[in-house]
Structure formats: C-alpha cells, structure tokens
Design a protein around this ligand. Structure first.
Ligand code: GRG
Length: 305
C-alpha cells in the first residue's frame, strides 16, 4: 500500500502482481530441481516454468494475508496449486485429449518430450504437489495442513478437475443439447474448483476461522465462475476481431458458451454480477488486507488473456 494523492493509502495492484509472480516463479524454480532421471525433471520444469499468470498461487497467498497470516505459511500450497494446474494443462494438451501443439506460446510437453514423458511429467507434478505441501509447510498446525491436503485432493479427482474434463470430453461433437446447467458443471469442475482450493488453502494456512474460510470459499466460487464467463466472452470477442464481424467463432459454431446462451451483453452482465457478489464476501475483512483479493477479483473480471 502506498500513500495516494490525498494521503489515502492506495493499493498498487501492478506492483503486487509483479512481485508475487516473481516470488512464485523463484519458489517453483527451487522446488523442482534437476536430478536423475534428467528427462522427467526437465519436462516438469519445462512446463512449470513456461510462464503463466500465476493466478492460483497469488489467490492462495492473498487469502492467507486477508486472515492475517504470514504469507510464507501458504507458499508451498500456492506452489502446489500451480503444479496441479500445470499438470492438468499438460494432460489436457495430449493427443488423446485436446491435441494441442502450443501452450503458453511454446510447444506443448508431448511435442517436446514425446507423449510418454508428457504423461509421466504430469503424474510426477501431481504427486510432488502433495509432497511439497506435506514437507514444505512450516509453523502451521498439522490439522490445518491435513485440511489443505484434503481440499486439494478433492479439487483434483473424480469430483473435481477430472469430473469436469470427462464431462467435457463426453460432449465433444455433441454440443447441441448443452444447457446452462451442463456448461456450469464443466466450468465449475474444470476451472473453479482449483481456484476455490487455492483460496481455501491460503485461508486455512493463514489461521482463518471457519466463518472466514466459508466466506472466502464463496468468494472463490464466484470468481471461479467469473473466470470462465470472461474466458467465453474473450473467445467470442477476440475471434470477432479476427473475423471482422459481430458474431465470433463460438456464436458461429456448435460450441455452447455463455455468450451463446445469454448473448454477449447478457454474459457481461452476469460477469459483473459475479464480480460484485465475490467482493461482497470481503466486506467484513480489514479493507487494507482485503485489497489484494478484491483487486484479483476485478482483474479476473476484466482480463484480456
Ligand atoms: C487433474 C489428475 C488430473 C488430470 C487432469 C486434463 C484434465 C484432467 C483437466 C483439464 C483441466 C483444464 C485444462 C482446465 C482449464 C483450466 C484453465 C482455465 C486454464 C487457463 O488458466 P490460466 O488462464 O492459464 O490461469 P495460465 O497459462 O495463465 O496459467
């Protein structure tokens, strides 16, 4: 926080994001070090350190701070959330899933290392995420560490990321009947649950009360859905520019999106509503400590990539 024009303390979001991203990148770099077998550690590091906005670690650290915790308590969990996010991207890009050649502007893991190593790099990042929380978290009561592991594990498996991915896969090529409920199921599970786990882990590790954790969970659920609604809007508006017409690719094809179901304006209104409802959850926290999470919600609402 810096003194503003009228002596009011203003939160410098750009600086916060730059500092936290640099810090998280350093922590990830130190977490997965080169060792034998070299190829697997090289592949893990390749994807983990390939850039990315680091939204999940930032949410985790900011949630720790809002409840008055020492941010260092949340760093292993913040890194673990990014490891799991990264492994889900590696697997999502595989030929048996989305079959993508590029991720974060670089060749995908299987393009660089082959499919077999890419699968294993994802698997080892998943396992290491939990190891890193268990061995790296310091000065936190063991019950709170176990609660974090539980939270993260639930976000990954058959009730989390995997559930969202499998629902998405089963719909491929069969999009005509997808309604808002199914769209939300996929988005909540593919995207929102990991954002939720990131926030909840930070709040638990920072020493948050059950009531504070509950409020922050609702905050995270709102921004998780917001993230995906904005993603859908970006898909449409970005391709509109490319195509030079008002309807973008998702309005022109079968794929169900929020703009397709609600119209672009309707989807924007829904996004604004989610952002406001998320920020309402922060009302009872100290406003200085709440500034990073509030700014992250706004950033997710107006992001351009
Ligand atoms: C978790 C065991 C396990 C398997 C993976 C493949 C799969 C199951 C799930 C797919 C999940 C997936 C790809 C969801 C999309 C998530 C998403 C919103 C990605 C984009 O996130 P950003 O914008 O990306 O934060 P950066 O690159 O900035 O990190």
């Amino acid at each position: 926080l810096a003194a503003g024009k009228e002596g009011r303390r203003e939160f410098d979001f750009g600086r916060y994001v730059a500092e936290k991203a640099e810090f998280v990148n350093g922590a990830l770099d130190g977490a997965v070090v080169m060792r034998q077998p070299a190829v697997i550690h090289e592949a893990m590091r390749y994807s983990l350190l390939a850039g990315g906005k680091r939204i999940r670690p930032m949410l985790c650290i900011a949630a720790c701070e809002i409840v008055g915790g020492d941010p260092s308590a949340a760093v292993p969990a913040a890194c673990a959330a990014e490891m799991i996010h990264t492994m889900s991207l590696i697997h999502d890009d595989l030929p048996c899933m989305d079959n993508d050649d590029l991720r974060r502007g670089k060749p995908t893991s299987h393009k660089m290392f082959g499919e077999n190593v890419a699968v294993l790099a994802g698997d080892s990042l998943l396992a290491f995420a939990f190891e890193f929380i268990a061995t790296g978290t310091k000065d936190v009561a063991p019950e709170r560490i176990i609660a974090c592991v539980d939270e993260l594990a639930k976000a990954v498996g058959g009730d989390g990321l995997v559930a969202g991915q499998v629902a998405d896969i089963k719909l491929t090529g069969n999009n005509a009947d997808v309604g808002l409920d199914m769209l939300e199921f996929i988005h909540i599970h593919k995207t929102a649950v990991l954002l939720e786990a990131s926030v909840v882990m930070g709040a638990i590790l920072g020493g948050g009360s059950p009531q504070q954790v509950d409020k922050l969970r609702i905050f995270a659920q709102k921004i998780g859905l917001l993230f995906q609604v904005v993603d859908d809007i970006l898909d449409v508006t970005m391709s509109s520019e490319e195509l030079g017409k008002t309807a973008g690719k998702d309005l022109a094809t079968d794929k169900t999106t929020y703009p397709k179901l609600l119209g672009v304006e309707g989807a924007r209104e829904f996004a604004n509503k989610l952002c406001e409802e998320a920020k309402e959850q922060l009302a009872e926290f100290d406003s200085d400590k709440a500034a990073p999470l509030a700014a992250l919600a706004e950033y997710i609402g107006r992001r351009q990539n």
